[in-house]
Design a binder for this molecule. Structure first.
Ligand code: NI
Length: 158
């Protein structure tokens, strides 16, 4: 496993559409492991492959709940409803936070690392996080859709 360099806003790779993963091989599994390690190292709750410079439809998420780490291959929202507005940040957009409108509930289809297809219902923060990461796979950043900037008192570069 290795911590990878996180691409920052302005890097053109963040604006490209990622490709579907057709074969779940050792390389894909290694990328997912590296993404998770990079996400934890940066204290993030989610990361998408283009953020580490790879245009594949891969996402890792861990909102520190009972599900723990989720590795999503070709994630796809097949249904959504409700509406919530809350603050977001992004590892690719340091020192900026803003409110974004997202669905309160999504039905998510994805393939896991054992090549099994899953359909799960996600709510609130986890739904928000997955929507944010799937946006990354389509070259969209939360700064494209934020409603209002939110400033926090203490900002640190550490
Ligand atoms: Ni992000």
């Amino acid at each position: 496993m290795a911590i990878r360099n996180v691409r920052k806003m302005g890097d053109p790779i963040l604006r490209k559409r990622s490709r579907e993963v057709e074969k779940i091989d050792d390389r894909v599994l290694e990328i997912l492991n590296d993404m998770a390690e990079t996400m934890y190292d940066d204290n993030g709750i989610g990361i998408a492959a283009p953020q580490v410079g790879i245009l594949k439809r891969l996402v890792t998420v861990d909102i520190r709940d009972e599900d723990g780490l989720m590795k999503l291959i070709n994630p796809e929202i097949i249904e959504s409803d409700g509406e919530t507005i809350d603050v977001e940040g992004c590892l690719s957009v340091p020192n900026f936070n803003g409110t974004v409108k997202r669905p309160q509930h999504i039905k998510l289809k994805y393939t896991d690392e054992n090549s099994k297809e899953n359909i799960v219902d996600l709510y609130d923060l986890k739904a928000r996080c997955v929507c944010h990461e799937i946006d990354h796979l389509n070259g969209v950043l939360f700064v494209d859709k934020y409603i209002e900037e939110v400033k926090f008192e203490e900002e640190s570069d550490d």
